[in-house]
Each structure stands twice: as C-alpha cells, then as structure tokens.
Design a protein around this ligand. Structure first.
Ligand code: HEC
Length: 336
C-alpha cells in the first residue's frame, strides 16, 4: 500500500485554510488584547514569504514575569522561555478532570512524534491557571503521572502575572468581555504555538491531529529549514484512508491516552472487550466520572493504578457502540 506523505504544497494549503478559519472565528467579539493573535494571523501569510523579518512582538510586547518550574527553578517568561524560540504553550490546572488530561495527553503524543527535538529547538510549556493550588510539587507529581520527560516545563507563578501572559497570548478572551469571575472548568482550551523571532503565532486546538501539530511545530514554524531528526517521522503518520466511525472517534478522542498492545497514559485496550463485562464497558465509556464517584470497584481499582481520571467524553450511545465495535475488531486484527 502506498504511504501518503504530507507534502509542502498540501501543507501550505492547509495552513492557509487554518488561518482563514481562525480569522473568521476571531472576528466576532474582538478585544484590544486579542488583536495580537488576530494581527499575527494576518501577517502570517506575509511571514511565509518574508520569514526572516524580526517580529514586532518582542520584549516590549511580552511580559518578562518570573515563573517557577516544577523543580522550583525561577525563569523569566520572555528571556528564558520564548525569546528566539519555537514554542507550544498551553494553560492547565491539575485538578481539572475533563479537558486538561486530554490536552496534556495530546501534547505528549505530539512530543513523542517530535522526539529529541523537544527541549532543543522546540519548547513545550504548560502554565497553571490555578497557581495557588498548583505549587511546583503538585506540578511535578502531575508530570510524573503522565510520564512526561524532563524537556517539557510545567510552570506556576503569580496569578496576576499568569493572567497577563494569557492576555498577551490572546488566550484570555471571554472574561475580558464579560468581566465575570473566571470559571476554571471552562477555561479557554486553546493551545498556542509560535516562533517568537519571526512573529508567527497560531492558536491551535489541542484536539488537532497530533501529526499535523507536530508538523506545524517541526517544519512550518522553523521555516522548513530544519531536517527532521525526530525518531518518529511524519511519514509514519497513519495512512489516510476511509476510517469507520469507531476508528475515527478512537483516533480523535482516545488514541492520545490508549494504545492496543501497550500501555499509554491509560491501560492497554487489547482484548478489553473480552475481559470486561459488556454492560460495564458501555457505561464506562459513557460516564467514567460518575462510576468513579459512585465508587464502582473496578473504576476505583483502575483509578488507583493510573491516578489520572479518564475524562467523560460526552459520547452518544451510537458513539459508544461504534467504539466498542472498533476495539473488538482492532484486537482481532492485531492477533492475525
Ligand atoms: C486523558 C486520557 C484518557 C482519554 C482521552 C481516554 N482514556 Fe480511557 N482511560 C484512561 C485512564 C487513566 C484509565 C484508567 C482508569 C482511570 O484512572 O480512570 C482509562 C480506562 C479505560 C478503560 C478501562 C480499561 C480496563 O482495563 O477496563 C477503557 C475501556 C477505556 N479507558 C477506553 C477509552 C476510550 C474508548 C476512550 C475514547 C473515547 C478513552 N478511553 C479516552 C485515560 C484516558
């Protein structure tokens, strides 16, 4: 079977499409603070042509606040974290059970695709939006739970400084408009990736395909100059073919935490459809949070083992059936 490579042309088209979508989204409810992202998106197409131009979003724009890493090291946001670097930054809080584990697992997958470039020419930062709870020790424990390597920094700091950084990155939008207290569970989910020196920044959904995110970070933001040294090449990206609905759902919602035949952030799912009672499994996929809250013995057992709660993915009954069918078929396929 032929492999499909992501070619530069294909990719340029994709970038432009993403930019157009992002701009369209950004147009309603624009605020002073989120103009950075808007404007940067508008100049990005120019930047593709004229990438060597120095960014105006430099030290005069970004704060140089002190943040503290999971190891207690003090770092300056501009000087130490983003200056002249290609970065991926997201905002999390460790007590979040819904979307953050998903985001973290997805970023971990992107990191695995990029291999040893993370920490060398691509930098990953997760900044807590709940710094009172998320002390360096709490962040360190969180990192360990996800088995995340040393090259990705988790950061905490002064709450006002962190809000300011989010505003400057255009990731603190709705609260500016309503003036309401922030609801942590609904914090802005966007991940931002960028190259500080060229001024190319782009908001990206953490639910984006990991191979596309990796390609944006590894090639596009490096102006296509860097030869990819990642141990997992994009050429190994899953082949593009017609996926059945269960497989499609699995790839977008589950694969950053689960694999077949090996452990991931969550348990190995090979043969799970045979090892678990069908009714239990159906309910588990529908509402794992409720089952844990009700102290279902198996749910409690699994949680004690993995320490990360599986998010409620708001699947419909049809989604659940499709995914169960896929898990059974994938188990069979791998046994052939
Ligand atoms: C953020 C990571 C994450 C995501 C995303 C996720 N899971 Fe899980 N899953 C876990 C963890 C962790 C456990 C172990 C139980 C716990 O700690 O809550 C688990 C447990 C399970 C189990 C039970 C395994 C067993 O041995 O009985 C199944 C089945 C499962 N997940 C399927 C899925 C499916 C299907 C999806 C996608 C719709 C999914 N998970 C999405 C993390 C995740």
């Amino acid at each position: 079977m032929k492999k499909i490579y992501i070619t530069r042309n294909f990719y340029s088209t994709l970038v432009v499409t993403l930019l157009v979508c992002n701009m369209a989204l950004a147009h309603d409810g624009k605020t002073h603070e989120n103009q950075l992202v808007d404007t940067l998106q508008a100049v990005t197409t120019d930047a593709v042509v004229n990438a060597t131009k120095k960014s105006v979003w430099g030290e005069n724009y970004f704060p140089n606040s002190t943040l503290i890493t999971q190891d207690g090291e003090r770092v300056k946001f501009f000087d130490d974290l983003i200056k002249d670097k290609v970065v991926a930054i997201n905002f999390i809080f460790t007590s979040c059970v819904d979307s953050c584990p998903l985001e973290t697992a997805r970023m971990k997958e992107v990191g695995e695709i990029l291999g040893d470039r993370v920490g060398k020419d691509i930098f990953f930062y997760s900044i807590s939006i709940d710094p009172e709870t998320d002390t360096p020790a709490v962040l360190k424990a969180y990192k360990e739970k996800f088995k995340i390597g040393s090259n990705w920094k988790f950061l905490t700091g002064d709450k006002a400084d962190i809000i300011n950084i989010r505003k400057k990155l255009g990731l603190y939008l709705e609260y500016l408009q309503t003036g309401e207290e922030e609801d942590l569970e609904n914090h802005n989910l966007n991940l931002i990736i960028g190259n500080q020196s060229t001024g190319r920044w782009m908001k990206s959904s953490p639910f984006e395909n990991s191979y596309i995110l990796a390609s944006q970070l590894g090639d596009w933001l490096h102006n296509w100059k860097t030869v990819t040294a990642a141990k997992n090449s994009y050429a190994e990206a899953p082949q593009l073919r017609q996926l059945d609905p269960g497989e499609k759902l699995f790839r977008t919602r589950c694969s950053s935490c689960h694999k077949f035949g090996e452990e991931g952030v969550g348990p190995d799912l090979l043969a799970v459809t045979e090892n678990r009672d069908h009714v239990w499994l159906k309910r588990w996929l529908k509402e794992p949070d409720k089952m844990l809250a009700e102290k279902d013995p198996l749910a409690v057992n699994l949680f004690n083992q993995y320490k990360i709660s599986m998010p409620n993915m708001r699947l419909s009954a049809q989604d659940v059936d499709d995914i169960i069918t896929y898990m059974a078929l994938e188990t069979k396929r791998l046994r052939l």
